[in-house]
Design a protein around this ligand. Sequence first.
Ligand SMILES: *Cc1c(COP(=O)(O)O)cnc(C)c1O
Length: 497
Amino acid sequence: MDALNQSPTAFKEETLDPADWSQVQALSRRIVDDAIDYLRDVRERPVWQEMPSEVRQAFDDALPQAPSALEDVYREVTEKVMPYPMGNIHPRFWSWYMGASNFTGALGDFLAAIQGSNLGGGNHAAAAMDQQVVDWCKQMVGLPRSASGTLVSGGSMANIIGLTVARNTMAGVDVREHGVAAMEKPLRYYASDQVHSCHRKALESLGLGNRALRRVATDQAFRIDIAALRSAIAEDRAAGFAPACIIGTAGTVNTGAIDDLNALADLAKEEGIRFHVDGCIGALIAIAPENKALVSGIERADSIALDPHKWLHAPFEVGCALVRDAAEHRGAFAMSQEYLEMTSRGLASANWLHEYGLQTSRGFRALKVWMALKEHGVEKFGRLIDQNLAQAAYLTWLIEADPALELAAPTSINIVCFRFLRDGLSQESLRELNTEIMLRLQEEGIASLSDTTVRGRHCLRVAINNHRTRREDLDLLVRETIRLGNTIVTQTGAGPH
Ligand SMILES: *Cc1c(COP(=O)(O)O)cnc(C)c1O
């Protein structure tokens, strides 16, 4: 029968809520118990393991049409997902750069989903907490309370926000209204040749293009060369470009180098341009009692990107963009919408949080950060950062003491670059040998490292951003690297001829 001719009471209603909450309760308790066991025993499991083909094939299963019991759904997760993680919660995961998560943060994510609030804004507790966590981030890096900020998905988004504010304030035209084509001179941004790839993506997305990002040479310790930067800016001015922003890196992704932030702040001021700091790795060193001097000057930035899912070990995802001038921040993203008018009372009587970034709906990212900070206190997070730096210094010492190993870059903070050496091997053979060591360390479930190339030389890279790592794990890494190196040399017949 035609729907219009039906009585308006003749439709069936259903919901996603269970018919019987008590069943869900029993299963949920088991899930929490299993989760605690999983985390408690993480050290006993391999860092990483390859998925068997039947597991991989399961991810080709068709879109489910009919229901399944939640018990069965959970069993599939325990069989197909939980045993095959990336591994970054493991004490011997040191690949790329990320945090190791924490149980309290996981509870925070769960409760955030239970409350279900949308952090696009509104007058409610989750929104107030979101602003509080942003305030705490300002305090951690020394920005004034009057600064502005927003929690985003991660460091890449946080950098995009800072670079967008820089573009809009330096464009010389109303770039929001007229676009980049209306600008008289092309903008230029400056960063070291060690800058993270997200800045290129950001400038491409902002319509400025990859060439708007000038990579400036670095010194022996991989910090931006200030004299080279100064001449690059002068050269660009003479050639008709508009220098817009210096991007300082506090902790480069290759080696952990920290640019001279005070010198960059001075130069930006002298040139009348913006100073943005990519502090995704190192901004939070500002809370580490023994090492905070390393990031001195960060508090002078116009904008900062930092990453609570790195050194605050929040579960993915959460990044934070901070902008010194709150009006400039809001001016880059806010617009009034007839369906989002503020009211003087009620749910819509607060500042809309979506006016500080690109998202409209936003998750309740603050809770996982807030709960862990409350539980442990910021001082403990600071000590854990110092601990990772001490561990990296220890690993560096082990490497330098062993003739089979060579340090490939100076250790600045918590990233150690090194390689296994064998006399008589070409650079290409050393690359193959070290890559094979890295892969076997992963495949045997011993440790997860990554590799990189610094100054044209391939090396293994250990980024210790992990609250579970112990000194004995680093002893094991050195032992196993040498064991595997020797084994591979014997197996492949590589070696001095
Ligand atoms: C991790 C990182 C980023 C990107 O952050 P995401 O959270 O992965 O988006 C940017 N810059 C540096 C220096 C980083 O280490």
